[in-house]
Design a protein around this ligand. Structure first.
Ligand code: PEP
Ligand code: MN
Length: 339
């Protein structure tokens, strides 16, 4: 259920609502929109006497939320969510561009990518340090050293860092080096990990599970939000279908569907969706045209020699060309492209 607070309600009157909820052992999540204050109420409502909330002067109306996800639902923040991470906005008019290699292999490799992508709109440097690989015999990532490299290079080019962790044991260490923690497709329903990053309060990018429906994905988001962490970016990265021409199938319709169902920013990963560098451009343009708030693209200085995902990484030069085309689409759809 959400409580829509009457415009002009005083702080004391709002406090009265919060106290009532607390007395009934209900958890309150306050969302302060530009026009409205909304309180998401989570918990067993049987202790709440009928009419108890409606009688409070600050309550305008109560709206039941039928979906199993509550805080992630559009009703919780009808105007949409945008937030800043160290001054960089996500979910606002300006597109959020993230780029970098699949895996951190060396400082030189990351630097070669960062020097180019930072000059054409990217604000986040991506790079895997803890690599979730299908087989234990593939390159597993440089782990702690990888995070340090990412931070050093990002600072050199005024970029923020996004990187994946696969275990709750790594949250504290990673938080010292990264600005956004990525939860990958393979951990999309690792509920303990989701709750743990929810408690940490560090911004999170939650990728869609390989075979996760949109409602299940929103359930995953709810695990993070219900712990009080609202800085969440959803990342559509393709789903497994019967089609094998591409590594996954990019679910373009997930973009408008998410815009209707949730208030959270949506980023698209054309690299893991296609698995092939030659399709990254088309999927990127389509995603932005369909209303995505940004992209996360794998870029490697020499894709053929990459230690992971060699087939899907594009070169810095191709990223440069792509960014010009994204900027053109942005103009048409009234979004800003970062300069
Ligand atoms: C990644 O972004 O490095 C990654 C492994 O992607 P996904 O979890 O979407 O497969
Ligand atoms: Mn990859």
């Amino acid at each position: 259920m959400i409580i829509v607070v009457r415009p002009g309600a005083t702080k004391d009157q709002v406090q009265q609502i919060l106290e009532k909820l607390d007395q009934c052992h209900l958890k309150a999540h306050v969302s302060e929109g530009s026009e409205r204050l909304i309180i998401g109420v989570i918990g067993d409502k049987s202790r709440l006497a009928p009419g108890a909330l409606e009688l409070l002067p600050a309550v305008e109306k109560l709206v039941p939320i039928m979906e199993s996800y509550k805080l992630a639902s559009r009703a919780f923040r009808p105007e949409g969510t945008s937030f800043e991470i160290k001054g960089i906005s996500v979910g606002a008019d300006e597109l959020t561009m993230m780029a970098g290699p699949c895996a951190v292999e060396s400082e030189e490799q990351v630097d070669q990518v960062a020097s180019v992508v930072s000059s054409c709109g990217a604000r986040f440097l991506r790079g895997g340090a803890y690599k979730p690989r299908t087989t234990p015999y593939s390159f597993q990532g440089l782990e702690k050293e990888g995070l340090k490299i990412l931070r050093r290079v990002a600072d050199r080019y005024n970029l923020l860092v996004i990187s994946e962790i696969t275990s709750e044991n790594d949250i504290d260490y990673a938080s010292e080096y990264v600005d956004v923690i990525q939860i990958g497709a393979r951990n999309a329903q690792n509920f303990r990990l989701l709750s743990a990053v929810g408690k940490s309060k560090i911004p999170v990018m939650l990728k869609r599970g390989i075979a996760e429906t949109i409602d299940e994905w929103l359930g995953s988001v709810e695990y993070v939000m219900s712990e009080g962490n609202y800085k969440i970016i959803m990342c559509e990265r393709g789903i497994r279908t019967f089609e094998t021409s591409t590594r996954s199938t990019l679910d373009i319709s997930a973009i408008p569907v998410l815009k209707a169902k949730t208030h959270l920013p949506v980023i698209v990963d054309p690299s893991h969706a296609s698995g092939k560098a030659q399709y990254v451009r088309s999927l990127s343009l389509a995603a932005i045209a369909a209303g995505a708030d940004g992209l996360i693209v794998e870029v490697h200085p020499n894709p053929m020699c990459a230690l992971s995902d060699a087939a899907q990484q594009i070169t810095p030069k191709d990223y440069q060309a792509l960014s010009k085309e994204i900027a053109s689409i942005a103009r048409i759809i009234n979004r800003k492209y970062p300069d």
